[in-house]
Design a protein around this ligand. Structure first.
Ligand code: CDP
Ligand code: MG
Length: 728
């Protein structure tokens, strides 16, 4: 019975009518792009057609951008194929390999295949590689494209298939030597799209979860039977939405409130996001019990990589959680951002797979038209520092000449290489060091990873540094109120945390106080602190701790003995509280292992162009120590800003800063004192840099010089800008 049902389902998919043509095309071409609507059967069916239609095929590898997709798809396909998971059909993801010597079809994450490719560039064990969900354009997929193109030159008989939803079609074919494209004609039904009357997407950020729940409830009470898929952005809000909807259902009187009460008498609510246990996920693919409506709250995972059957209604919040490079912090952050038009269209399309459907957008038509047309590929919105570190980790040596489908800016690649060298992540031949290997464990800016490792391996204060690192990985903790009066009050309250050594210890001080006060929302509000940001930092801190435990990186505190329960000490929170409690020098030394790249020296005389700034804040002129170019100033909210200093310091000649902000002048943000003897040895690396071949290639000296020239031109330009601003 089950077997016939599965067969029927398989035969009902759009790809089925093209089965033979697809097999023929794959037999004929070694490079091929296959395009088809999401849900048409590419991922689950085409690899099976190959299994059934190619007699002597050894191993087929199919990549997925998401771990959870690799597992669910492999589970489903082994069921359809009638074998146990891990036998003919298996999956392979990081830390979890469910394959055997019998396995001929292996679903895996793009990251796993990348690692295999770094060990064996020819991918000898595979006869066919399928890069699936190529439209997702993860950094890993983009790097795989480049690797596979090189593999194709070495081993042209390897069959390479790119499968994608209906986006970016020509681009893939162009990249792979203009290879043929196989279109699977869609069989989609009309989707009636409803926009919100006037809601601007920018105004929805704080209300979309609640509005999504309202809209799901509206569909449940007012629309004909059919399941609902609601797009939100992450685990926390999805769990909340599920709870809220279930609570709201309790208040419903089906007889009076529900329009189709004859057929709709209940609901089942499911969350789906990438960390959910696989077993829980399985129920999502089943039909709901009779007379009930299935309502699924999902992340972007349901947009193109996982298809949930039976969906007739889509609710689109308009947002997605995306890795984004934040130029003000110089780091990658997971940010909730508006989706692209292409993504909105994909989302709506999920309602019309098996019958006509409806999509409800929480934003207006006007807002839709203002969205970006396409989502920018991850590689172009990630900090290259992390990307280049990953490439090095994958043993890709010549990064400047690596063939990217959308290449990142080469100057930025070059700068990333230099910084990685200065951080000790690569050696002077561009090879990943063991330190670099350890740094790539953490989903942090390599600067912060470096400091964290130093604190664990050298200075014995990783618990404290982990806290500070978490706070430096989130947005601004201090709220800037709108009115001047409140701003003065906020400035005043901030002083309670200031530490004489600077802002790193100030952040630790603040977090300790936040914990001592039970993470209280009111406590934060009274001090003009962003409660949400702090709780995100706490979350990051927990994740870092887990990673450290998992990788045997020591978690050590530099808390001094006997200070723990000393209440009087706690009350004295002002000046030496932390010094009495912690060895703050160790903490600062840990940071200096990375931030010696960002140090500044106080300027003793007053060059002409400084007069404006100096008149306002004497003693606050600094010069970047490593370029000697930029005129820098300590930010007015820093604990080290002259007027904020808790102790008078005439000797604050050297400081390190976390990042820089350009306003009308270049401001150093998050600044702490640094002792020159901590960093003297390291500063020599700047000299070594001149002769290093960091990209591992044999670029002619000439072109290298050119890049250096460009660099300093750029710096000059930057410097000039700042000076001009100051003169105005
Ligand atoms: O890859 P593509 O989006 O073209 O389609 P697919 O993922 O192969 O999905 C084909 C069909 O299989 C859809 O109707 C899914 O609902 C179904 N499927 C399923 O029932 N259970 C799974 N775990 C995966 C897919
Ligand atoms: Mg697919």
């Amino acid at each position: 019975m089950i077997a016939t049902k599965i067969l029927k389902q398989r035969e009902s998919l759009p790809v089925f009518s093209y089965r033979q043509e697809i097999i023929d095309a794959i037999k004929k071409e070694n490079l091929l792009v296959i395009i088809g609507e999401t849900g048409s059967g590419k991922t689950t069916q085409i690899p099976q057609y190959i299994l059934e239609g190619f007699e002597n095929c050894r191993l087929i590898g199919v990549t997925q951008p998401r771990r959870i997709a690799a597992i669910t798809v492999a589970t489903r396909v082994s069921e359809e194929h009638g074998t146990r998971l891990g036998e003919d059909v298996g999956y392979s993801i990081r830390f979890d390999d469910c394959t055997s010597s019998k396995t001929r079809l292996r679903y895996m994450t793009d990251g796993v295949l990348l690692r295999e490719a770094t060990l064996d560039t020819q991918l000898e064990q595979y006869d066919i590689i399928i890069v699936d969900e190529a439209h997702e354009r993860t950094v890993e997929t983009d790097v795989l494209f480049g690797l596979l193109k090189a593999t194709h030159r070495l081993r042209p008989e390897l069959k390479i298939l790119i499968m994608s939803a209906t986006l970016n079609v020509e681009k893939f074919s162009d990249f792979f030597n203009g290879c043929p494209i196989f279109f699977i004609p869609g069989r989609t039904f009309n989707v009636n799209i409803n926009h919100h009357r006037d809601a601007k997407i920018s105004s929805l950020k704080s209300t979309y979860v609640q509005r999504a729940v309202e809209t799901a409830l509206y569909v449940h009470t007012q629309e004909s039977p059919g399941d609902v898929l609601v797009f939100l952005t992450g685990q926390n809000e999805i769990d909340k939405a599920c709870r809220d909807l279930i609570a709201r259902e309790k208040d419903l009187d089906y007889r009076t409130d529900v329009k189709y009460a004859d057929e709709v008498r209940g609901m089942v609510v499911y969350p789906i996001y990438s960390t959910l246990e696989t077993m829980e996920q399985k129920a999502i693919f089943d039909d709901p019990p009779r007379y009930t409506r299935k309502i699924v709250f999902a992340t972007n995972i349901a947009q193109t990589s996982v298809t949930i059957p039976g969906i007739k209604y889509v609710v689109d919040s308009g947002f997605v959680k995306q890795k984004s490079y934040d130029p003000t912090t110089g780091m990658d952050a997971l940010l909730v951002v508006p989706i692209s038009q292409a993504a909105a269209t994909q989302r709506a399309g999920r309602a019309g797979r098996t019958a006509p459907g409806k999509a409800f957008r929480l934003y207006s038509r006007e807002s839709f038209e203002k969205l970006d047309e396409e989502t920018v590929p991850e590689i172009q919105r990630s900090s290259l520092l992390s990307t280049v570190l990953s490439l090095k980790k994958m043993e890709i040596k010549d990064i400047l000449n690596f063939e990217f489908i959308d290449p990142p800016d080469p100057l930025l690649v070059k700068n990333a290489l230099r910084q990685l060298f200065l951080l000790g992540a690569i050696d002077n031949e561009g090879k990943l060091t063991s330190l670099g290997d350890e740094m790539s464990i953490f989903p942090l800016s390599p600067f912060l990873s470096r400091a964290l490792i130093a604190s664990a391996r050298q200075f014995g204060c990783s618990k404290e540094v982990m806290t500070i690192v978490s706070l430096l990985s989130v947005e601004e903790v201090f709220i800037s109120p709108r009115t001047e009066k409140k701003q003065t009050e906020a400035d005043e309250r901030r002083k309670e945390f200031y530490h004489p050594s600077g802002d790193h210890l100030t952040l630790l001080n603040l977090f300790e106080a936040y914990q001592d006060n039970g993470h209280s929302r009111e406590w934060c509000r009274d001090r003009y602190l962003n409660h949400r940001t702090l709780s995100t930092a706490k979350n990051i801190r927990d994740q870092l701790r887990e990673l450290m435990i998992k990788h045997n990186i020591p978690l050590i505190s530099c808390r001094k003995k006997n200070s723990h329960n000393d209440e009087r000490e706690k009350k004295k929170r002002k000046l030496n509280y932390l010094d009495a409690k912690y060895d703050s020098i160790k903490i600062l030394e840990s940071f200096s292992t990375a931030y010696y790249i960002n140090i500044a020296k106080r300027h003793s005389h007053r060059p002409v162009f400084y007069h404006y700034a100096s008149a306002r804040s004497p003693g606050n002129e600094y010069v970047d120590a490593n370029s000697s170019l930029l005129a820098l100033h300590i930010s007015p909210v820093s604990a080290l800003f002259p007027e904020n200093r808790v102790v008078k310091m005439d000797d604050l000649d050297w400081v390190m800063y976390h990042n820089m902000l350009y306003t009308n002048k270049a401001l150093m943000k998050v600044v702490s004192r640094v002792n020159l003897e901590w960093v003297e040895e390291k500063l020599k690396l700047f000299k070594e840099l001149e002769n290093a071949r960091l990209d591992g290639s044999s670029v002619a000296k000439e072109s290298e010089d050119k890049i250096v020239e460009n660099d300093s031109e750029k710096n000059d330009a930057k410097n000039k800008e700042v000076i001009e601003e100051n003169e105005r």
